[in-house]
Design a protein around this ligand. Structure first.
Ligand SMILES: Cc1cc2nc3c(=O)[nH]c(=O)nc-3n(C[C@H](O)[C@H](O)[C@H](O)COP(=O)(O)OP(=O)(O)OC[C@H]3O[C@@H](n4cnc5c(N)ncnc54)[C@H](O)[C@@H]3O)c2cc1C
Length: 410
């Protein structure tokens, strides 16, 4: 056993050398992280880095090689994630969270090889760009009450209805859509997860402006839109467990790299505290120390969640605990940043964070606009992928075995 572990560790350390070589070929010697680039250079670098990563299978590193991945072991995955994060190199595009982190990982558990072969390599190459179509105006936390209909018509499905809050749908050419395919069945039983091309006449995508002024998410209207009959993940009318697998990935797939980003962000905040001469302020010191403990806790929890995912287990309720932990932490740390900035937070200056919903990039300037935009985005973290209240319900019932929440009278 000991020799096996030693061999595995040696292989992972050897792999570290190839990752470092890759990084030094990709970035100049004075590289400080993608956050130090201006908007145009950032967009160009992200594109080039994604192509280079995809060529090595590293945008989906744990997937089998035949589907465009690199078939990395758990130890190698930890090395790759750590090295790329430390160097401030993005893992892929924003929509990869949907195509790779959520859909591809879910398909590997639920789809037959023909469908995997048809979709996964094109997701890795960037030809197919996905977004997520779960929420609707009448269905968020209570996802099973969704109303978008998909009716069979010969060899196609015809879709009618609306999706809401669809992040990145304006950048996507496909959407995985949870649709009602059987109106007579109980709410959880008549659903199917369909893969739907977005570039067709029956679909309209309307942007929604969020609290930062950006338009990262959308309303998507389906009016007679179509997709092939065989483009179903899992079985027809049995989409609920497939959707639950996917939500587990949505909550847990950042488990390895999110804690590293939070560490980087907290170090940046500590620099800000020093710059502002607040490092002897007892209240600020107490709050920074609390944040440090949370980030350490996230790192440990993240490793456990990631280990589970790598071993092929369903992410399930543990991923809900991880999601609850990071999203609640991120609200608090960004509130602290605004307190440190004081009145400057009311008139943000400098470049805002270019990222949807999470931390600014490694190497980003310590500007008031960066912190103010991340503060606003951090509010969304406790809502998307399931609100904190819902995560607490999952942790209570499924991890701790507490009694079910009482249901409201019909
Ligand atoms: C930034 C952002 C991006 C998003 N991106 C996407 C996307 O790409 N695709 C997609 O499909 N959806 C997306 N969503 C939607 C997201 O999944 C929903 O907003 C979320 O599930 C909550 O649903 P809701 O907004 O309908 O709120 P509701 O479900 O109406 O909840 C309202 C309030 O009631 C509470 N509540 C509801 N049920 C319970 C319960 N059982 N116990 C305790 N409290 C409860 C909630 O916690 C919340 O505080 C996104 C949302 C945001 C904010």
């Amino acid at each position: 056993m000991g020799t096996q572990h030693a061999d595995r560790d040696r292989r992972a350390e050897g792999f570290r050398g190839s990752v470092r070589e890759f990084i030094s070929g990709l970035v100049p010697p004075d590289w400080q992280g993608i956050g130090a680039l201006d908007d145009a250079a950032r967009a160009e670098f992200r594109k080039a880095a994604r192509v280079a990563l995809a060529e090595r299978g590293w945008v989906a590193p744990a997937w089998p090689v035949e589907y465009g991945g690199a078939g990395l072991s758990a130890a190698e995955l930890v090395v790759l994630t750590g090295e790329l994060s430390a160097a401030g190199i993005p893992f892929g595009s924003d929509n990869d969270a949907f195509g790779i982190g959520m859909l591809g990982n879910t398909m590997l558990r639920w789809s037959k090889p023909e469908l995997l072969q048809r979709f996964l390599p094109k997701i890795v190459s960037g030809e197919y760009v996905f977004s997520q179509g779960f929420s609707e105006p009448g269905a968020g936390s209570d996802l099973a009450s969704l109303a978008l209909q998909a009716e069979p018509d010969g060899d196609r499905w015809v879709l009618t209805g609306q999706k809401l809050w669809s992040s990145g749908a304006h950048l996507a050419n496909w959407m995985f859509v949870l649709a009602r395919t059987n109106r007579d069945a109980a709410p959880h039983r008549g659903l199917s997860m369909l893969l739907v091309p977005l570039e067709q006449p029956g679909i309209e995508i309307r942007p929604i402006r969020n609290i930062t002024g950006d338009t990262d998410f959308n309303e998507v209207f389906f009016d007679g839109a179509v997709t092939d009959r065989e483009l179903v993940v899992g079985e027809v009318d049995r989409g609920w467990p497939v959707a639950m697998t996917l939500l587990g990935f949505e909550r847990g797939e950042t488990a390895l790299h999110a804690p590293i980003r939070f560490r980087n962000e907290l170090d940046r905040l500590i620099r800000l505290v020093r710059e502002r001469g607040l490092d002897r302020d007892p209240d600020i010191r107490r709050r920074v120390a609390w944040c440090h403990v949370q980030v350490e806790q996230l790192r440990c929890h993240g490793l456990r969640t990631a280990e589970q995912l790598i071993q092929g287990e369903e992410p399930g309720p543990r991923a809900a605990a991880f999601k609850l932990l990071w999203s609640e932490y991120h609200r608090v740390v960004t509130e602290l940043a605004l307190d440190v900035l004081g009145l400057d937070a009311l008139a943000p200056a400098g470049r805002p964070s270019p990222n949807w919903y999470h931390t600014d990039d490694p190497g980003a300037p310590n500007s008031s606009a960066s912190w103010a935009s991340v503060y606003l985005n951090a509010r969304a973290g406790t809502i998307y992928a399931g609100s904190s209240q819902v995560q607490r319900g999952i942790v209570g019932e499924l991890l701790l075995g507490l009694p079910k929440e009482p249901k409201a009278a019909p």
